[in-house]
Write a protein that binds this ligand. Sequence first.
Ligand code: ATP
Ligand code: MG
Length: 416
Amino acid sequence: MINAPKGTKDLLPEESYKWQYVEDIARKTAGLFGANEIRTPTFEHTEVFSRGVGEGTDIVNKEMYTFLDKGGRSITLKPEGTAGVARAFNENGLFNSALPQKLFYITQCFRYERPQAGRLREFHQFGIEFIGSKTADIDAEAIVLAHTFFSALSVTGLTLYINSIGCKNCRGAYEKALKEYLRENIKNLCPLCETRFEKNPLRILDCKNEQCKKITANAPQILDYICDDCKEHFETLKRLLDVAKVPYKINPFIVRGLDYYTKTVFEFVSDNVGAQGTICGGGRYDGLVEQLGGASTPGIGFAMGIERLMLLLNNLNVQIPNNNRIKLYIAPFGDENAYNVAFNIAMALRQKGVVTEIDHMNRGIKAQFKYADKIGAEYVLVLGGNEIDSGVAKIKRMIDGEEITLSLNEVVNYFN
Ligand code: ATP
Ligand code: MG
């Protein structure tokens, strides 16, 4: 037997209806905020991510699926959605359309990581990118969109953390202060953070290593260093979140660490899914579009992991309706005409949008009831020689065994 590669997962029918439900709510919620879907390729030139996501990041350093194609080009399977969207924004001249461009996507992503609960090598993200506006109200809207989506799914117990990591005018001063503070402790940082010290010191703030956390606990805080412009931006964001009644906590340790992030960063974190508690992360990326060769264009977005979200829904016991449930199972037997009538009724019902199934295994009547029960059919219609001759049949409601007698030409009207 051949197994699926490590870190990948099959999505089976017992789960897929839940994904359809969640994706449907994602599309509807994004639509309510005026966002349209964008689909970018599964693979890009490696440069898109090395330049877009940034050389100093875990994703680019360790996690990318990169290979040479048969033409000798370096290709990478997308590890995240934002860089590809920014590349598409530039390439397709979306900057010429009405701004802001409000985009959303649901896509698979690939990262070579150690698989564990909520961490896979192929996983899925629902994300949005609002490109072209630099004002804080659109930051608030991005966050409110995520909040609205979680509410529509009846997700509870998420904490929204927000922070500002400043801009290129004020970040330098903070990095200097942070490095000064950390310098005497470099040797006590984890090996990864030791290398981050020069390249990406901010990232040390969100290291999960206990020793690193202890060291950074009393570090200078970025909110004390940001410039007036960034301060005002952050104040407006907080005010609008208050207006929208979206609760948040300020957390100076949320940095997200990618080179392109500026000003607003945020995460939605849950205590109900174990170690991989960050369901959704996002922030402003005023440098990204330019970094990928476009004109200087601000943007903000978020991405959430759908696998982690499904784990959370499961742990919270959120009931998800199965819209694919069989309404009527038709059980023909013993008479060739029974199949003709069954086919006719099934076709007419499906045309009306009623989910209908028929026997395809030539089962006896008892076995058919057993099967109907197994597939969760709500009603069963028995069609044997007697029913065909008399033109009258019984429909049984499976949940309580109640029977209704109907003439065969009333069956289609009975369901809607
Ligand atoms: P983490 O801290 O868990 O490594 P990250 O900072 O790498 O997350 P992002 O790049 O911000 O994550 O991706 C956004 C979201 O995508 C995460 O919050 C998470 O829900 C999901 N995600 C990221 N990596 C994986 C993965 N390997 N498997 C499943 N979901 C993932
Ligand atoms: Mg990661």
